[in-house]
Design a protein around this ligand. Structure first.
Ligand code: ADP
Ligand code: MG
Ligand code: ZN
Length: 588
């Protein structure tokens, strides 16, 4: 599949308005700085040693973990390890220098996670009783917006600490460095365990995810980035924790005060549409810049805002028979006018965008409709206001079509995508580099007509030249899992053909956007091809019957169907999901 257009066209904004917003923003920054300072001041006094269960297992992400390579690989491996180790050591040293108070409390052992916006370390704290407590230290990049940091902390402190939602123990701040100390939960890599989980474990996993989502949704928190790496799972201890509120937003009636602040800024922008890009968020599009080079102003962007009257997303069949998508921003009024315009190649969009927007006369009409070009008229469309932060493969259709009204239902969709992976044994299930690819992938599972119809209900129009039918979820999952007796089974495919880099596919939008855009991982074609490879089918053959995979109840697919409801208004809630017949024998 090839992306022809993402439709992320912008519009120039008057300098005067930009100035007003700049000053508003610095006021907000000052206020937030103040808040963060006060927040931390109070936090540091309230250090209650309510330490959780001690984890005895070895580190999940130890860079020194042994492997059984052949001797020829050994020296290279050792070299890589030493480079990595020295890198980790250097990072730990730098962290200790930046936030020296950490040293008196913790022994920092290892780096266990690194993204563009945070690094997570494993540390131990010496308790008075004599035993050591494992702690996860999340060091946020210094360019994160203070309100964003404070909101992330408030989610953890107010909603966290119970019902499978991660809590917070301490916070440390020195200048613009913020470190959040959380109980450490040893956890599995989703990809590593996916194909060895029993159906019962899958049921428990989903049940516990809904407990966490019910909890945060009760507080009016929309997580926005629900995916396996943000839902920690300790298989042995059957412990679960939803982490990472770095993209969270508040519902209208959120109980998280700072999310209101985040939201109110978004609403402000609603009023001044097209005059300012973005709301507070440490993972916004402009953060694609190397963090060190980004000033605070730039790190406040989470979403691209638009307000054209109608969005048309066009999916057609290309020369090779594959689906090709185009999105058109179609202003109904200008479509009625008939004046010739200059066509601009997609590649040139960014460079000419600003200029075109400024110079495009109001009476022109689009002449790029149904083509793979973007005309100057389309480039000058006003923009729609809608947050789109998150990870492409887990984004709900209403996020992909940029509906401004987004609710906690978007997290339920993401939970549905996780469930789809668990039932099909495929991860990542959707691997899309952009929103339109993601939308096309959803269509191949849920049906193009159904997707178009659901979008229409929220005022969005999607054009699709090829009709793809909705798939039966049981048949799909069983086929992918290799349980379908009619599915061809052959030799196991090479590991490279099936193992993706989960970090890449799972990276939160802006993290994934670094470097060149990758092609969509999943398409109808690749799906069937991988299926006929029969990869890992031997594993399933051995374990299927004993693990309950031969008798997956209809309730599982019924729940999956209700999670992957294209219409957010009727999509099942976390509370309702916990009461679903699939979980009839389970207590929350
Ligand atoms: P980011 O915003 O960079 O994605 P996260 O909060 O998701 O940060 O943390 C990144 C990774 O660090 C997680 O995927 C997980 O592997 C690890 N991690 C985070 N918090 C904890 C914790 N409390 N216990 C154990 N590991 C954690
Ligand atoms: Mg994360
Ligand atoms: Zn056009």
């Amino acid at each position: 599949m090839r992306v022809w257009r993402t439709g992320s066209v912008g519009r120039s904004r008057e300098a005067a308005i930009a100035n007003v917003l700049t000053s508003m923003n610095s006021a907000a920054l000052a206020c937030a700085h103040d808040f963060v300072a006060r927040f931390f001041a109070s936090q540091s006094c309230v250090v209650e040693a309510s330490f959780g269960t001690q984890m005895e297992e070895p580190m999940a992400f130890s860079p020194l973990r042994g492997s059984d390579r052949c001797p020829a690989d050994d020296s290279l491996k050792k070299y890589e390890q030493s480079v990595k180790l020295s890198g980790v050591k250097r990072d730990i040293k730098e962290l200790c220098e930046a936030v020296p108070q950490l040293v008196s409390v913790f022994k920092i052992k290892d780096k266990i996670g690194e993204g563009t916006f945070s690094s997570v370390y494993l540390a131990t704290a010496q308790l008075q009783e004599g035993h050591e407590e494992k702690i996860a230290l999340k060091h946020l990049i210094p360019t994160s917006h203070p309100v964003r940091i404070a909101a992330e902390l408030q989610c953890l402190t107010v909603a966290g600490g119970q019902d499978n939602v991660m809590g917070v123990k301490y916070c440390f701040r020195k200048d613009d460095h913020v470190v959040i100390a959380m109980p450490y939960l040893e956890h599995e890599s989703f990809l590593d365990i996916l194909n060895s989980l029993s159906f019962q474990e899958v049921r428990e996993y989903m049940f516990n995810l809904f407990i966490a989502l019910k909890r945060i949704h009760q507080f009016g928190i929309v997580h926005r980035d629900v995916k396996p790496s943000n839902f920690l799972y300790n298989r042995r201890l059957k412990k679960y924790a939803l982490v990472d509120f770095g993209l969270a937003q508040g519902t209208r009636d959120t109980k998280i005060e700072l999310l209101k602040f985040v939201q109110s800024e978004a609403q402000q922008e609603d009023c001044s549409r097209n005059k300012y890009h973005g709301v507070i968020g440490h993972k916004g599009p402009l953060n694609r810049l190397a963090p060190k080079n980004v000033d605070r102003q730039c790190t406040t962007k989470t979403s691209v805002k638009r307000s054209y009257e109608n969005t048309q997303i066009h999916i057609k069949q290309g020369k090779d028979g594959k689906l090709i998508k185009q999105s058109k921003t179609v202003d109904i009024i200008s479509r009625k006018l008939a004046t010739k315009t200059t066509a601009i190649s997609t590649k040139a969009v960014n460079s000419v965008m600003r200029e075109t927007a400024r110079s495009c006369p109001a009476v022109l009409t689009c002449d790029c409709y149904g083509t793979d070009r973007v005309c100057s008229v389309c480039l000058s469309r006003r923009q729609q206001v809608a947050p789109r932060a998150g990870t492409p493969g887990f984004r709900a259709p209403e996020v992909l079509t940029k509906c401004p009204d987004q609710t906690t239902a978007i997290d339920m969709w993401s939970a549905g995508v996780i469930f789809l992976s668990l039932l099909s044994g495929r991860y990542p299930f959707y691997k899309a580099s952009d929103d339109l690819t993601a939308l096309a992938q959803i269509m191949t599972i849920r049906g193009s007509r159904e997707t178009v119809q659901a979008a229409r209900a929220s005022g969005k129009s999607i054009l699709c030249s090829k009709d793809v039918p909705a798939q039966d979820l049981r048949a799909l999952c069983e086929r992918l899992r290799g349980l379908d007796s009619t599915a061809p089974k052959s030799a196991i495919g090479p590991p490279g053909s099936v193992s993706h880099d989960p970090a890449a596919s799972e990276s939160t939008d802006q993290k994934a956007s670094h470097g060149q855009a990758s092609q969509a991982q999943y398409s109808e074609d690749s799906l069937y091809k991988r299926d006929s490879d029969g990869w890992r089918s031997h594993l399933r053959d051995c374990t299927a019957s004993s693990e309950g995979w031969d008798s997956v109840p209809d309730e599982a697919y019924d729940l999956l169907d209700k999670l992957l409801d294209l219409n957010p208004a009727s999509r099942i809630t976390a509370e309702a999901a916990l009461l679903h017949p699939l979980f009839k024998d389970m207590d929350s």
